[in-house]
Design a protein around this ligand. Structure first.
Ligand code: NAP
Length: 302
């Protein structure tokens, strides 16, 4: 029937399961060589931030791959000196293989100054100066889990990006910009022609016109509708916002940037929220920890 179109739902769980499976095997192989367990320390300020939700997911997935997770809470009003000495101590500790730092941090704490103290292999979210600089040169030791996750979903479902027009919405140094650099890099998962849009972008519809793949890393529910998304485009919805749960149920629920109902039957493919990029990000974080562990144990050759 003209005008109808089936939108493929790019579920995150099968992608996450594949990453968990290969990561667990890598841990088993290292353990069989007598290596100690990989240890991830998640440094956070405590309290009901979005990071608390992320930490719950880490608690669930870490045992599945054989990573030991050690949450490390700082006082809610921690001073910069406390944060920096905590990270420097973790960086020196040979029994710690990966360090994740809550983001964003409240002022006057400076996330980049803190995470920049970590050795690149321990900086498991690829957020420090060293990894960001290496990403520009196409040689990161660690890259942000969320950006690797967004790219892994497309690879898993066989959606090409090489030679395609990709638009990244969002230019933060932790999500949008590293993703744009990853898509632009030469070789597997990259080679896209990349446009980056942001809050000052005028006329989003004209920027998105002709794009094949759209990565939305904004955090504005309802940003992507048929009005701006070209027909048949793939939408990877990285954005997560919390909205009140529907009438009759308590609490809040996560929603993406895409208006999934409006795009159904219009977009070529769409990642759901929840259940899209989120679970893949947690799995990818564990893969990064194990990568750092292998480097520190001296067993990684590439
Ligand atoms: P952020 O620092 O707030 O950055 C948001 C970006 O969106 C900024 O670059 C902003 O532009 C841009 N923006 C705002 N309005 C826009 C518009 N109308 N059109 C195009 N761009 C617009 O947030 P972030 O830390 O990068 O995170 C982005 C989103 O990803 C958030 O929703 C976050 O929750 C989500 N996230 C998800 C995962 C996951 O695992 N699924 C992981 C991390 C983050 P300016 O630079 O001009 O302000």
């Amino acid at each position: 029937v003209p005008g109808t179109h089936v939108t493929e739902r790019l579920a995150g769980n099968p992608v996450a399961e594949a990453i968990i499976d290969s990561t667990r095997k890598a841990v088993e192989a290292g353990r069989a060589r007598g290596w100690s367990k990989p240890v991830l320390v998640s440094v956070h300020l405590g309290g009901g931030t979005p990071f608390a939700f992320y930490l719950r997911q880490q608690r669930k997935i870490a045992p599945q791959v054989g990573v030991e997770l050690r949450p490390s809470a700082l006082p809610p009003h921690a001073k910069a000196s406390q944060l920096l000495s905590r990270l420097e101590a973790l960086d020196r500790d040979p029994a710690v293989h990966g360090v994740l730092l809550e983001h964003p941090l409240p002022a006057p704490l400076d996330f980049f100054d803190a995470v920049g103290r970590l050795a690149p292999e321990k900086d498991v979210d690829g957020a420090g100066w060293d990894n960001l600089g290496r990403l520009v040169a196409g040689q990161p030791i660690q890259a942000p889990a969320v950006t690797l996750a967004a790219m892994a979903i497309l690879r898993h479902y066989g959606i090409p990006v090489a030679g395609q027009r990709a638009v990244v919405l969002g230019r933060s140094a932790t999500v949008g910009l590293p993703l744009a650099l990853g898509l632009l890099a030469r070789g597997a998962g990259g080679d896209a022609t990349v446009t980056v849009a942001h809050s000052r972008t005028a006329d989003l519809a004209s920027v998105l016109a002709g794009s094949h793949v759209i990565f939305s890393c904004v955090g504005h529910p309802g940003l992507l509708t048929r009005r701006v998304v070209p027909r048949g485009a793939t939408v990877v919805d990285v954005g997560v916002s919390s909205v009140p749960a529907p009438k009759g149920s308590a609490g809040a629920q996560p929603v993406g940037d895409a208006d999934a109902r409006d795009l159904d039957g219009w977009a070529g493919a769409l990642t759901p929220v929840p259940g899209g990029v989120g679970p893949v990000t947690v799995a990818q974080l564990m893969a990064n920890v194990v990568r750092g562990w292998e480097i520190q144990m001296g067993g990684r050759t590439e």
